[in-house]
Design a protein around this ligand. Sequence first.
Ligand SMILES: Cc1cc2nc3c(=O)[nH]c(=O)nc-3n(C[C@H](O)[C@H](O)[C@H](O)COP(=O)(O)OP(=O)(O)OC[C@H]3O[C@@H](n4cnc5c(N)ncnc54)[C@H](O)[C@@H]3O)c2cc1C
Ligand SMILES: *[C@@H]1O[C@H](CO)[C@@H](O)[C@H](O)[C@H]1NC(C)=O
Ligand SMILES: *[C@@H]1O[C@H](CO)[C@@H](O)[C@H](O)[C@H]1NC(C)=O
Length: 584
Amino acid sequence: MAWRTAVIASLALLVVGVAAQGTNYKCRMGPDASHAACGLPFELANFQGNFECNDATKVGRPANIADLQALVALYPRVKASGVGHSWWKEQFCSGNDTRSVNVVLTEQKAVLDFMGAPTDPQQWVGRQVPADFPVQVNEADEEVTVAAGVTQRVLLDYLSEYKYWKQRSGWTLPAFSWFLDQTIGGAISTATHGSTMKYGSLSAQLRRLKMVLANGTLLELSPKTNPHLFMAAGAAVGRLGVVTEVTLKIKPQQAIQRRLQELSFEQFAKQIKDTQDAYVQAKQANDVDAMRRALFQVDETQVFWALPTSSVQRVDYEHLDHEPLAVMLNAMPSGEPMVQAMSGPEDDAYKQVEKKAVAANSRMTLNSRFWSNLYVTQLRNKVAPGTFESRKAFLSMSDSETQTTSTFAPYDQYEVVIPIDRAGSCLMEVGKEVYGNDKLWEGARTPFLVRFVTEEDLYLSPTTDGPAMYINLEDYVTRSSNSPNLQFQRIMQLFRQRCGARLHWGKAGWPQHAKCFKGSVEYPTTWCHFGCAVMELDPTGKFNSEWDGWKWQATQGGKPVPYSACCTSKGFSPACTCAPRTDC
Ligand SMILES: Cc1cc2nc3c(=O)[nH]c(=O)nc-3n(C[C@H](O)[C@H](O)[C@H](O)COP(=O)(O)OP(=O)(O)OC[C@H]3O[C@@H](n4cnc5c(N)ncnc54)[C@H](O)[C@@H]3O)c2cc1C
Ligand SMILES: *[C@@H]1O[C@H](CO)[C@@H](O)[C@H](O)[C@H]1NC(C)=O
Ligand SMILES: *[C@@H]1O[C@H](CO)[C@@H](O)[C@H](O)[C@H]1NC(C)=O
């Protein structure tokens, strides 16, 4: 029953791709041959070997920042790669020919050494942490500076053991995601998030970052030095350059109590409708504290919705600073005291090595109810109530779950983002169809994961116009059955069309559900600011990728004007109008 153990060890999701296969990062890559011999094929594809880029596209594996800068400057088409945990080829492929290079951040020597043998911080007691060590904790300023190629898991584990100096309980990121095996650079580039009405996505927890621009220059950005470019770069999907290093807020670990409610889907939808109503009412009354109290109802809430049984496991948390008025209506309000600003390349580009995609698993075609019950049973231990330290209390995917789900069966993960203003109504409306005549629930295998994130100012953050509910959903059927999962796709369509959902920047669904993407419509307040950052930092379109949605148009007095005429050092000029693309 190996497969059963395998599933049981899993819950949702998956793993390693573009760069590192397995955990043996120690195996230093030489030219392609020895690289393959290490069992670390660099194929440009997602972690399961699907969503392949064109074979001609090169893989850049620079060992230090200087080589990375040279490589970026040299190639006409470039895209940064983490470990391939996004499901969107058009976005993560730099191009489709030999003039295109995907640059991998996990091959920086300091990152490789650390990931291959993560250091216990205790070893630094009585010593200076070397300047080139890829994780630098600054307890006085409550922040950590980390190389982009380090994974979130390794960072969190290191922080939680950082107990030998000022803070005896160790440190943590204020709010982290469910899945931890992506690179920190990839996480912030796609506004990767957990569930928090206070801290926002990982991007909103950024204090500053360093990025290699199209011409090879290394630029440091913070909200203080350049708020406009920082709001663009903090979640840029690789469109502005290659992020090499990020500085994130940290907070001391503390005791966290986890609570569990077992609900029917109707009860859950009603709870969210109540939250929606309270929020909308408070907003209309301009009552800020009441808005916070409404959002507090879903602060740190993680919900698993098992579709076939119409049942929900809702997890909430209690701890000392979990209180209503600690909720932030915006994770990065402009009034907050902003952070102090800190005062031969060709040889690195390789051909890809073909790798086999994860094989179809015909058991996935077994009925939805069977799988759902298996996952729910497994989750039961995981969500059990109790008191734990921060790193363990907030639910996330374990290392072994990552390993197992990555190879167990091929799947695509989607995520939709729905404003709190209509979150409850949306659940009710979509729920009606899910449990209607078409039995859309049959398209689900793993439970849908529902989370909540507050507003943040980053131009491309899906919560840039207000707090939102995120729903993560996975299609395990299509790739194991050779036939499209129509019920699943219909659910996605309902979220897009009836609820006006935005899509997660690091997940599947864009080609099918965001055809002819109109940024000016989906991101009406910020899309054109982002466009101005692109014009300034990437004038030749080096980081354009294969997606056709990176398009900006402007009008003035109803007439088209050259876009650059509308860009100032603060972003898109209020004298211009952000216009939808007209090519489709
Ligand atoms: C099993 C699983 C569960 C997940 N769970 C969550 C979750 O709980 N919450 C959530 O929000 N997301 C989740 N995700 C999505 C994931 O966090 C994002 O897709 C993330 O971007 C993947 O990181 P990566 O290192 O693999 O980057 P890649 O997939 O390699 O890249 C993603 C995008 O970011 C860009 N990028 C990567 N690195 C850099 C860099 N250094 N500089 C500039 N651009 C860069 C790439 O060009 C690409 O467009 C999950 C993914 C998986 C596989
Ligand atoms: C490669 O990309 C170019 C530019 O985006 C496009 O015109 C061309 O059709 C693509 N070719 C292939 C084989 O995909
Ligand atoms: C590189 O590009 C940036 C942004 O466009 C620009 O400010 C900088 O002057 C350029 N550097 C060089 C050396 O050309």
